[in-house]
Design a binder for this molecule. Structure first.
Ligand code: ADP
Ligand code: MG
Ligand code: MG
Length: 886
């Protein structure tokens, strides 16, 4: 079976569509080689070999070895160099490359093929002994670290000592002789640690590095990353072996990384960093401070070191042309790695660049303007969940900021939380409910879990393309990187900055848009939704079929939701209104009453208040549908739980304490979630629902008269299990409507419907539909009652449950399609079979979850309803769902 694929020399045995087989890096290298870009020739060992490697007990199958050697000969042909040759040696890099880019995998090994002979050959062939020894010491260090798994500090220490001895601060200050001595030192380190010398045979080096890449697929780091990102274990990684090009050949050589647009803001400006006389890893590792790519960026940052545009204008111009070509070719913003070897440009990697939500929006909208993509493609491209980043408040520019440090604005958004200095603690503190700012000197793939648990990330070292910056942007976490003024004391557990000491556990705020680090919490302001956001939403709305409503009960929430584009209210909970200080006493008097007359008297007090609430909401919603749910929670939720509260209630209601205590005891329930609540209250105390229905109709009539516009209330009955419950409740509601219409001489259209939130209701949806004009799937309760899991208690075990694959995702976040989803599908079908025009919606937490919205689109529901801040996410997700369905 063909398992090894070649690229370079003007041809390629693969292309960008073959990511499954070749991995992302390999597929794109092939694509670029295929379209004639200068890509050093190489070979890709297919992802399928990863499993074969494990099956063979951790070795490369013989036929794959043979294919690798064959393709190595091809690389030798293209480069006119020979692997292991003492006079003209071919050196290669060995690079991992899964289908999607995956931190946590083995790092790349560069300069492989060097040994005590070939290093001399390289020195002679290049006429540059310093370069040859620099490459050799890099190779031993990388191979020692990632393949031989030796402690990298030993090498770093030796390098530091060499620089100190010489009195220089930069690696480039060491000459050929210094580096030769350093190599000898490295060799001794390896031999001491391993008990055998560093492998001199280039083929042994090659098999070792290839094995290490496959082996790293099952490392803890890689597994953690896959778990957090839903990447299947069985994908496997590919391995790329590629001829080296050298950015460390002197001052006409360089290496860099670039984005074709600004990944933070989306601005159409080349964005990146480079280093003269360096190799790839130097830029990301933060060993030397990288320089800016463009003159404009350098000037903006007030930096002195020449930009690439200034230092290498000819190569820079070619790089710019390559950026444009790649963007047009891939029709997306690209993240590119390049190396300049003696003024010749090589492209070593391209992929779709990770970007913030803000940048994703701007790039999508701009690219439609540039004619690169269509409106529908723009809608499909922007990750709906990531929009969350934009829909939340940012730091109030007018707030006082006690700035304690400044770094780079590496990933936008603001976050406040307690300082935590390591990733394990960050995870623990976050699980305990703290908002955490992870503060590290720099981050590495070992920090992924801590970064994920943190609200924000602050590092002392590293640039805009450092590990922390890239990963934080991908995760949507605000990040300030390279805050050089801070230093971290891991023993004393403090951060010191400009003479001030912040202890682990103290609160700070970071602003990823400016790079500011502030002591304490800083107040925030609402987001701005005009511009690109508005444009994309308009396009989304053109393709959307599902309506999007909101769950809101205060006029303020309703206003926010309307600004976000809500097309009605899908769930207005009335119980929150009962808690208002001006009414809670009347509510309590109603609950504590010992007979119907007592209850009615208290309800009469509440009626005008509820009417005013509803009227205000009808006014704000201006003719849009409003679904009002009648009282749902058990009554004892409105009563105090301690003696002090009890005394207060007695005083406020004028009732004796003994009576209050007795009624509280009478109302006690063993399992309130399954107790006397929902329509069960309406059945046993009809006067409560009667008052609410009356308030709704009186308010509707009043607003309709005031405005002359149609008001269509939708009255929703909660927790129905049987058709009879709804039949009785509906009759009572209709009676109130008739009474109000008779008294006011006005009639208006209204609907009565029910929540479907119990499995029995879903099963009997046919009978229930006979009495309902709409169903609203209350998937929070439906999930609780179908799974038999209380949402409030699930946090303790849902983590391990998801990890073990028992549920693919937290079923309270994303609908359990197989279980709860089947009940929803069945209820929709049975309901519609009885009443074809039955209106169907969903009002659980799932109404704002893109995966659940896709599911709802599949069922052909009429609307989803979600919290106000998620309305735009739902609009976009609904459009994407419609486009996906075609
Ligand atoms: P990662 O996935 O961590 O970016 P890469 O395989 O892309 O790892 O390589 C790490 C660094 O080494 C990058 O800067 C890359 O450009 C550089 N590099 C990889 N292969 C070569 C090569 N053949 N010649 C020169 N530099 C290389
Ligand atoms: Mg790379
Ligand atoms: Mg419910």
């Amino acid at each position: 079976m063909k398992s090894v694929f070649r690229f370079g020399g003007g041809t390629a045995e693969g292309d960008a569509t073959q990511k499954e087989l070749l991995g992302g890096k390999g597929a794109n290298l092939a694509e670029m080689a295929g379209i004639g870009l200068a890509v050093p020739p190489g070979l890709t060992i297919a992802t399928s070999v990863c499993a074969a490697y494990y099956d063979a007990g951790g070795r490369l199958p013989d036929d794959v070895q043979a294919q690798v050697l064959d393709s190595l000969a091809f690389i030798e042909g293209v480069t006119a160099k020979k692997f292991g040759d003492a006079t003209n040696p071919l050196l290669v890099s060995v690079r991992s490359g899964a289908r999607v880019s995956m931190p946590g995998m083995m790092d790349t090994v560069l300069n492989l093929g060097l040994n005590d002979q070939t290093v001399e050959g390289l020195a002679a062939a290049s006429g540059n002994a310093r370069f040859a020894w620099d490459s050799y010491r890099r190779f031993i260090q990388m191979y020692g670290d990632v393949v031989l798994e030796l402690d990298h500090y030993a090498f770093e220490d030796a390098l530091e000592i060499a620089k100190e001895d010489k009195g220089v601060t930069q690696d480039t200050g060491l000459d050929a002789d210094d580096l030769r001595k350093l190599v000898a030192r490295y060799m001794a380190i390896v031999e001491q640690a391993l008990g055998r010398p560093f492998p001199q045979d280039p083929h042994e080096q090659l098999w070792g590095a290839i094995g290490a890449v496959f082996g790293s697929w099952r490392s803890d780091r890689a597994r953690t990353y896959r778990r957090l990102n839903d990447i299947p274990e069985n994908w496997g990684t590919a391995v790329n072996v590629q001829a080296m090009v050298f950015g460390n050949l002197g001052d006409t050589s360089a290496t860099g990384v670039a984005f074709t647009r600004d990944p933070s803001t989306g601005e159409h400006a080349w964005y990146g960093e480079y280093l003269i006389n360096a190799q790839g890893e130097d830029v990301v590792a933060g060993i030397r401070t990288p320089q800016y790519l463009t003159k404009a960026a350098r000037e903006k940052a007030g930096a002195k070191a020449a930009s690439m545009e200034e230092a290498m204008p000819v190569v820079f111009a070619e790089l710019g042309r390559t950026f444009d070509l790649l963007e047009r070719h891939y029709r997306d913003m690209q993240d590119i790695e390049f190396t300049v070897e003696d003024n010749r440009l090589y492209i070593l990697q391209t992929r779709s660049g990770k970007r913030t939500a803000k940048a994703a929006l701007r790039i999508a909208v701009d690219m439609v303007g540039e004619g690169l993509i269509t409106e529908a493609e723009a809608v499909k491209r922007v990750d709906a969940s990531a929009m969350d980043q934009l829909l939340h408040p940012t730091l109030d520019p007018k707030a006082v900021r006690d700035i304690i440090a400044r770094g780079l604005p590496a990933s936008p958004g603001a976050a406040s939380g307690i300082v935590v200095l390591d990733s394990d603690s960050a995870e623990i503190r976050a699980l305990a409910g703290d908002s955490v700012i992870l503060v590290r000197t720099e981050t590495s793939p070992e920090d992924i879990h801590g970064m994920h648990a943190a609200r924000g990330i602050l590092t002392a070292r590293g640039g805009m393309t450092s590990h922390a910056a890239v990963v934080a942007r991908g995760m949507g976490r605000p990040c300030v990187s390279g805050a050089g003024g801070i230093s971290i004391d891991l023993v004393g557990r403090t951060v010191s900055t400009g003479g001030r000491i912040v202890k682990e556990g103290d609160r700070i705020t970071i602003d990823g848009a400016t790079g500011d680090v502030m002591l304490g919490d800083v107040p925030t302001v609402e987001p701005d939704l005009s511009g690109d956001f508005g444009i994309l939403m308009e396009w989304a709305d053109k393709h959307r079929r599902l309506k999007v409503r909101t769950n809101a009960e205060t006029p303020e929430d309703c206003r926010v939701a309307r600004q976000f584009g809500a097309e009605g209210i899908g769930l207005c909970r009335t119980e929150h209104m009962f808690f208002e200080p001006s009414r809670i006493t009347a509510v309590r008097r109603m609950i504590l009453a010992e007979d119907t007359a007592g209850r009615e008297a208290a309800l009469a007090e509440l009626l005008p208040e509820q009417r005013a609430d509803f009227a205000e909401i009808f006014r704000v919603m201006a003719g849009l549908p409003v679904t009002i749910r009648l009282l749902d929670p058990p009554l004892h939720e409105f009563l105090p739980h301690d003696d002090e509260g009890l005394a207060d209630v007695a005083a406020a209601t004028g009732l004796p304490e003994t009576l209050v205590r007795r009624r509280i005891n009478e109302l006690h329930e063993f399992n309130p979630m399954l107790g006397h609540r929902g329509c069960r209250l309406g059945i046993t105390y009809p006067e409560i629902y009667a008052m609410q229905a009356r308030a709704i109709f009186e308010a509707a009539v009043k607003v309709a008269q005031e405005t002359g516009a149609a008001v269509v209330p939708e009255v929703m009955v909660p927790l129905v299990a049987t058709a009879k419950e709804l039949e009785l409740t509906k009759a009572a509601i209709d009676a109130e409507a008739a009474a109000v219409f008779a008294a006011t001489g006005t009639t208006l259209d209204y609907l009565v419907g029910t929540m479907i939130e119990l499995p029995r209701a879903a099963l009997r949806a046919g009978d229930i539909a006979a009495h309902a004009q709409f169903f609203s799937f209350g998937t929070n309760d439906l999930t609780q009652t179908t799974l038999g899991i209380s949402r409030d208690d699930s946090a303790r075990f849902m983590g391990p449950y998801v990890e073990k694959g028992i549920y693919p995702k937290d079923p309270f976040v994303s609908i359990d399609e197989d279980g709860v989803g089947e009940l929803v599908a069945l209820a929709a079908e049975r309901g519609r079979s009885v009443k074809p025009d039955l209106k169907l919606g969903i009002c659980g937490e799932h109404g704002g979850d893109p995966a659940s919205i896709l599911f709802c689109e599949g069922l052909g529901l009429d609307y989803v309803s979600c919290s106000p801040y998620r309305v735009p996410i739902a609009r976009l997700a609904a459009a994407q769902a419609a486009l996906k369905k075609g």
